[in-house]
Design a protein around this ligand. Structure first.
Ligand SMILES: [Zn+2]
Length: 326
């Protein structure tokens, strides 16, 4: 199905679908908010020539030249959300905002080498030395080279408010998918941009970053519960269709992880490694076998099992039973 250039969500709120240079994830949804303080863009895509062309055409359809974008908010530092934000800032002078918790992973581009610098060790600990070896020596792909990953102009914190005159956006820190992931609420309009924290069909990957935290699943589950404490809203996800309620999907993801945790802990009882447990489980909504996934997805699957076991151990030992959030 061909996507439109822009898709009106509500008064002055538009979805802008942008193609991604990836095999598995084809599109990211950028969002544009019109306001009396100018146009605000959220998650404007992967820095490619095609993104720039499509985004410029979409903004034109909405009646704005690119230099009218005053602020650009990235929900997190993943390349499909952040890199075009930096490129636009460098060309047009918009102000770029990113969660303060993303600083570790952004800094790690300068200090660590390779696409997955910490993951090989984690895979070895999880009983997958061959995959670890592969990931350790994996080169960057062509579309991953030369991306702008400079620091944002402003590091955002939980509860930050954008007063845009006739519109107010509030930022809520929801760590888990990455350490500093933010969701953005427009309460008056009844919408929440959920980034990759809550997606309509995919179960978001957790701790998928250059400098992952020790217990990403604990943070993710806490963040899902924290989402339920915010007013319910229409979910504006980074990938997939704009469909139902944020709360409904947060509850689904909580029960998915409850079931997954029970299943993984059962399989762990006879001393299997996270790798062996991952081999015994179905993956993706198509119920694929681990061996049939590509190496990066295999890595994500095995580390997800390891994250569940780490979380289970932490709750049993009483450490971070309810991981703290401020
Ligand atoms: Zn992401």
């Amino acid at each position: 199905m061909t996507e439109p250039l822009t898709d009106r969500i509500a008064d002055g709120i538009h979805r802008i679908p942008l193609a991604l240079p990836l095999d598995d994830l084809k599109v990211i949804n950028a969002y544009a908010f019109e306001s009396s303080a100018g146009l605000v863009l959220v998650d404007p895509g992967w820095a490619t020539v095609e993104t720039e062309r499509t985004l410029t055409a979409a903004l034109k359809e909405l009646g704005y030249p690119p230099h009218d974008v005053t602020k650009i908010i990235a929900t997190h530092a993943h390349w499909d959300h952040y890199t075009q934000a930096v490129r636009l800032r460098n060309e047009y002078g918009s102000i770029v905002y990113l969660g303060a918790g993303e600083r570790h992973s952004l800094d790690a581009f300068a200090t660590l080498t390779g696409p997955y610098p910490r993951q090989a060790d984690l895979l070895r600990e999880a009983g997958a030395p061959e995959l670890a070896q592969y990931i350790d020596t994996m080169p960057y792909q062509a579309h991953e080279v030369g991306l702008p990953l400079d620091a944002p102009d402003v590091w955002m914190h939980d509860g930050d408010v954008f007063d845009l005159g006739d519109r107010t956006l509030t930022v809520h820190e929801m760590p888990g998918h990455t350490r500093g992931h933010m969701v953005i609420s427009d309460e008056a309009a009844g919408v929440m941009i959920t980034g990759d924290h809550i997606l309509p069909r995919i179960t978001p990957s957790i701790g998928f970053e250059r400098e992952p935290e020790a217990l990403p699943l604990g943070s993710f589950l806490s963040s899902l519960r924290a989402t339920l404490e915010l007013p319910d809203a229409q979910m504006l996800p980074a990938h997939g269709r704009v469909t139902g309620s944020v709360h409904d999907r947060a509850r689904e993801l909580l029960s998915h992880h409850d079931a997954r945790l029970a299943e993984i802990c059962d399989l762990a009882e006879d001393g299997r490694s996270p790798h062996e447990i991952a081999q015994a489980l179905p993956w993706t909504r198509y119920e694929r076998r681990l061996e049939d996934l590509n190496p990066v997805h295999r890595m994500v699957a095995i580390l997800e099992v390891a994250a569940h076991l780490d979380y289970d151990r932490s709750t049993k030992s009483g450490r971070a039973a309810t991981p703290s959030r401020s």
